[in-house]
Ligand binder design. Structure first.
Ligand SMILES: Cc1cc2nc3c(=O)[nH]c(=O)nc-3n(C[C@H](O)[C@H](O)[C@H](O)COP(=O)(O)O)c2cc1C
Length: 329
């Protein structure tokens, strides 16, 4: 997830909650029109100076996701990533942001199935791409404004040897509102031979178990906001224990330490941590009748790290774990 699932976050997550996770996806790596990655994105994919064996292990589980707008950018990115040792890449076809869509990237790729067809045709007929052995998956929404759009997009995708189609079954106009259109998943499964993965509103282990029972033919689930809210979610999905207060404290402390080492100032650090609390805050329930929302507001409104630490202390003092993220924090 952009801004959240960074290399620093993944390192801590993997150390403390390794169970139940097969793959990490990078936040999308933008390809610039002059064929370059952003400098900060390179940190996501390049071996870090002084990389420890754990980091190498995480990189082996890593699928870089690219945000490209045309075949030339995809082919360039595939070549760069292959040279760095990656054999799987994922193409973002779901980002709903206006700037991204306006330039034809992310969900903007869904606006014109003919253009998508030509683009994929160019990618898959490229001899260097074939020789690289890199496999491509797509992470897609259903369309721009009507979920039925997907049934003109899917035949195009199905013409190409994609590794997987990971569907977040919302349209761009819905952003994150309402519910994913799971009622269309069966039709999607019938309409393609390509393996289908799923992403959307799986916030608790119960949600995941229910989904698996309903769709046993979709083995690959991509956890998003749910695992950011509860870092133990994948462990719980594979039968492990729920998150404990001490684990959450250690996780937050370790993420803070990672970011302290790389961010320039306190303001940036606070922004990063507050973004996580947007999701993790939903886990807390009051122990003594105090207003959890007020405690969280203090945390999100902290103007300095010392205010933040006081607010965090009060939250852990007065609350316990027991809530869960439900799509709205
Ligand atoms: C803050 C944020 C950042 C995201 N960044 C990405 C991204 O970089 N690439 C991507 O494919 N999806 C991204 N997504 C979408 C999620 O991967 C996921 O498909 C979506 O949130 C629905 O799943 P969830 O309900 O489990 O979160 C992002 C979502 C959010 C809320």
């Amino acid at each position: 997830m952009e801004g959240i699932g960074t290399c620093y976050y993944r390192r801590v997550h993997h150390r403390l909650f390794p169970e139940g996770i097969d793959r990490f996806y990078t936040p999308f790596l933008s390809v610039y029109p002059n064929l370059a990655f952003r400098k900060r994105d390179l940190r996501e994919i390049r071996p870090a100076a002084g990389e420890c064996p754990e980091d190498t292990k995480i990189r082996r589980m890593l699928v870089p996701q690219i945000l490209a707008r045309n075949a030339k950018e995809i082919l360039w990115a595939a070549q760069q990533l292959s040279a760095l040792g990656f054999s799987m890449i994922d193409l973002n076809m779901g980002c709903p942001s206006g700037t991204v869509v306006g330039k034809g990237g992310g969900a903007g790729m869904l606006s014109d199935p003919g253009r998508l067809d030509r683009m994929l045709g160019e990618v898959f007929s490229d001899p260097d791409f074939a020789a690289s052995g890199v496999t491509l998956s797509v992470k897609t929404r259903l369309g721009l404004s009507d979920p039925e759009e997907f049934f003109t997009i899917l035949p195009v995708l199905s013409r190409y040897p994609l590794r997987e189609i990971i569907v977040h079954p919302r349209v761009r106009a819905e952003q994150y509102s309402g519910h994913p259109h799971r009622e269309l998943l069966r039709r999607i499964l019938w309409s393609t031979q390509i393996p289908v993965g799923y992403s959307g509103d799986l916030f608790t282990a119960e949600d995941v178990h229910r989904f698996r029972d309903e769709f046993p033919e979709i083995p690959h689930i991509l956890l998003g906001r749910g695992i950011v809210s509860d870092p133990s979610l994948a462990r719980q999905c594979s039968g492990g224990a729920p998150l404990s207060v001490n684990e959450l404290k250690s996780f937050v402390q370790a993420v803070t330490t990672e970011y302290e080492a790389v961010l320039d100032n306190e303001r940036q650090l606070l922004l990063k941590l507050k973004e996580l609390w947007y999701y993790m805050g939903a886990l807390f329930v009051s122990r003594d009748g105090s207003d959890t929302e007020r405690l969280l507001r203090n945390l999100r409104g902290a103007a300095s790290m010392s205010e933040y630490r006081n607010a965090l202390y009060a939250l852990f003092e007065k609350c316990t774990l027991g809530g869960h993220f439900s799509g709205i924090a």
